[in-house]
Design a protein around this ligand. Structure first.
Ligand code: ZN
Ligand code: ZN
Length: 389
C-alpha cells in the first residue's frame, strides 16, 4: 500500500513537472498588470524620481515628463487622450512611459475611482483595453519581489522571515510567469497571482530581498517548487491533494506549534440554522434527519478533517467558500437558532504558514530550517540573473 502511494506520488510529480524547466535564470524585468480589474478610465501619472519619456509603439519620443509634472490620461472610444494642465497633448491607443534616468519611479492615481495613489519603480505601458485602461508595470524583477513581500506580509517582521518571504515570492513568480500571457503580461497584481500594490520603501524588506537575491526553493533535482503560502494554518498544515487534486511530496500536512497564539490562530462565526439547512438542501438535496443533524451540530475537529459528513459528500472547502469562513478547520455547536463555528487558522493551510514562519524566525530558526518545515525536502538554490546579449 505504501509503495503504491509512493509510486502515485512519483507519477503525479512527473506529470506536474513534465512541462517545467529544471532551472532558469532570474529575468531582469517582469511585466505586471496593475490595478487589474479596477476598470479605470481616468488617472494621473507623476514621475517621483528620474524622468520619463512618452513613447509610442514605433518607439518615437512624444514628450518628456519631469519629476512632479503631472499628466492625465482619459479613455476615449478609440484610445485615450493625454492632458497636461487641462490642455490636450495627444490622442493615442498605446504608449509606454519609459524611465530615462538612472533610477525612475512614478505615482499613479486613479481619478474616476476612490482608490489610493500608488508608487512604482520602472516603466508603465498604457493601452485602451476594452473601454478601460490596461496598465502594465514593467519593473525590475527584484523590485517586484520587494513590493510583494510588503503587501503579502506587512511591516515590522524579522529580517529572516522577510528573506523567507522573498525566496518563496520569487519562486512563485518564476513558476507562474505564463499565467497572464494571453493578456500580454506575466502576472496580475491581485491575490490571484500575488498582491503587488506598488514598490516598498521599507529598508528592512529591501535588505532581506537583497540578502536573498536570486534565491529560490527547489527539490533535489533543481526543479522549482510551487511555493504556496497562507496566513495561519491553525496548528496543522494541509496536504496539497486535500485542497487541490495533486499530491505533491513537499506539501505534506504537519503539526505546527508556532502559530497557535498568533492573531490568525482562532476565529468564530455564527450562521443562522435556517441558512445552514438551506445550504445543505440546495447544494446536496439533504434534509438532515435528527440523527444527521446531531452529527452536524456535534461536528468537531481536533485534527483536520476534509468532510462534514461521514459519507464524505459535503466538503469543508465548500462550506468555507459558501459562508466566507477564514478556514476549513472549525468545530460546530448549536445555540438556539444559530450555529456557532469555532475555527482555527486563516487561509487554505497548504505550504508555508506565515505566522508560524514569523515565530520560527523570532526563535532563531534559519531560512533553510523554516523552508524545510513547510516544504518537505526543499533546498535553497541560487539562480544567476538572465544575461541579455
Ligand atoms: Zn493573476
Ligand atoms: Zn501554522
Amino acid at each position: 500500500m505504501r509503495i503504491f502511494y509512493f509510486l502515485t506520488f512519483i507519477i503525479v510529480q512527473a506529470l506536474v513537472f513534465n512541462q517545467k524547466a529544471i532551472s532558469r535564470n532570474i529575468p531582469e524585468i517582469i511585466e505586471v498588470g496593475i490595478f487589474s480589474g479596477e476598470n479605470i478610465k481616468r488617472f494621473s501619472f507623476t514621475p517621483a524620481t528620474g524622468r520619463y519619456l512618452i513613447c509610442n509603439t514605433q518607439h518615437e519620443k512624444l514628450l518628456e515628463v519631469k519629476p512632479l509634472n503631472t499628466i492625465v490620461f482619459e479613455i476615449t472610444a478609440q484610445g485615450f487622450d493625454i492632458y497636461r494642465n487641462d490642455s490636450l497633448l495627444f490622442s493615442e491607443n498605446e504608449i509606454t512611459l519609459q524611465g530615462a534616468a538612472f533610477h525612475n519611479s512614478f505615482f499613479l492615481k486613479p481619478l474616476d475611482k476612490n482608490l489610493n495613489m500608488r508608487a512604482y519603480d520602472g516603466d508603465l505601458r498604457i493601452r485602451n483595453g476594452n473601454a478601460a485602461f490596461s496598465l502594465v508595470n514593467i519593473v525590475p524583477f527584484e523590485s517586484y519581489v520587494a513590493g510583494t513581500v510588503q503587501w503579502e506580509s506587512g511591516f515590522n517582521r524579522h529580517n529572516v522571515f522577510y528573506q523567507v518571504q522573498a525566496i518563496i515570492i520569487r519562486t512563485y513568480a518564476l513558476q507562474n510567469l505564463n499565467r497572464h500571457s494571453e493578456e500580454g503580461f506575466h502576472l496580475c497584481d491581485r491575490v490571484h497571482c500575488q498582491a503587488y500594490y506598488g514598490k516598498t520603501n521599507d529598508v528592512n524588506i529591501i535588505s532581506a530581498v537583497d540578502i536573498s537575491r536570486g534565491e529560490v526553493v527547489t527539490d533535489v533535482h533543481g526543479r522549482l517548487l510551487n511555493t504556496v503560502y497562507h496566513a495561519n494554518c491553525g496548528g496543522q498544515t494541509v496536504n496539497s491533494e486535500d485542497l487541490w487534486t495533486h499530491a505533491l511530496s513537499y506539501l505534506r500536512s504537519d503539526k505546527d506549534t508556532f502559530c497557535r497564539h498568533m492573531p490568525g490562530a482562532s476565529w468564530e462565526a455564527r450562521i443562522p440554522v435556517q441558512d445552514f439547512r438551506q445550504f445543505l438542501h440546495r447544494n446536496y438535496s439533504i434534509k438532515p434527519s435528527d440523527q444527521e443533524w446531531k452529527h452536524i451540530t456535534g461536528f468537531r475537529q481536533n485534527s483536520r478533517k476534509h468532510h462534514l459528513d461521514e459519507e464524505e459528500s459535503i466538503r469543508l472547502r465548500h462550506v468555507r467558500e459558501h459562508f466566507a469562513l477564514r478556514s476549513t478547520y472549525f468545530s460546530i455547536e448549536e445555540q438556539n437558532d444559530t450555529l456557532l463555528l469555532s475555527g482555527k487558522g486563516y487561509g487554505h493551510g497548504v505550504g508555508l504558514c506565515q505566522e508560524g514562519a514569523m515565530q520560527r524566525a523570532l526563535h532563531g530558526h534559519s531560512r533553510e530550517k523554516i523552508l524545510q518545515f513547510y516544504y518537505k525536502g526543499a533546498m535553497i538554490r541560487f539562480l544567476e540573473p538572465e544575461i541579455i546579449f
